[in-house]
Design a protein around this ligand. Sequence first.
Ligand code: PDD
Length: 285
Amino acid sequence: MSRIAYVNGRYLPMRTAMVHVEDRGYQFGDGVYEVCEVREGRLIDERRHLARLKRSLDELRIRQPMSPRALGVVLREVIARNRIGYGTVYLQVTRGVARRDHAFPVPEVTPSLVVTARPLSGARNMALAATGIAVISMPDNRWGRVDIKTIGLLPNVLARQSAIEQGARDAWFVDKDGAVTEGASANAWIVTQAGTVVTRPADHGILSGIARTVLFEVIKGQGLTVEERAFTLQEAYDAREAFVTAATQIVLPVVRIDRHAVGDGKPGPVATALRREFHRYAEQS
Ligand code: PDD
């Protein structure tokens, strides 16, 4: 079965799904995106993802390509046409196609919208969660508005590649004060020796993850204490547990940071419980 993508109003086989060479996403990274988890063919946290999409678009003054309701129809159509039971759906909106010039096109052009979907392996994700992952730290060299979910991900790409080349799975960015900001494609959390769950406040220094937002509810439901504050890399080394959250991996334990084993080097009970309970709190539609 050929994969199907939605491209500017049409559902096309992947090999013919193309955007124009003068699309501003292609030329300038002038666009935004979202990734939603799909379970049993249904969208997880659609409402929150589409609200964040609107925020990203508004911040960059890109027009909404269609209403959230219409977008929901397209997302579901792509999920159905690709027969995704468990997987992810990706959507990207760019400012559109115009002759190359840094300034916004005048007159305004129609934004481009692309949606793709792909299956995930449940078994593989479960195995990853059971063993946990290693991360490496590196200086956060991204721009000052990483709260906007833009498609300009070069520092994230290089960080991830560097992690892989060093035998780790992901990278944690560290700011100039020595505090962890977030992962290359996930939010970063620790559990202190006192059992407090800590994550950085969602200021301009991180992306306000949807899984992160939902996790606050899960944490409350577990009767755990949570603190939104910056934590240093040293605190992470000394933590009892560490984990990351993202739509694609929900809660994934981190068992090594640089050369330091976190806790006893195995996924801890807090991360494991939060992962298990997550979907009782997430919206499914
Ligand atoms: N990434 N921080 C960054 C830099 C991210 O790229 C992501 C998600 C998150 C977590 O956000 P959420 O919980 O809404 O997925 C945090 C997606 C999955 C990606 O780029 O593939």
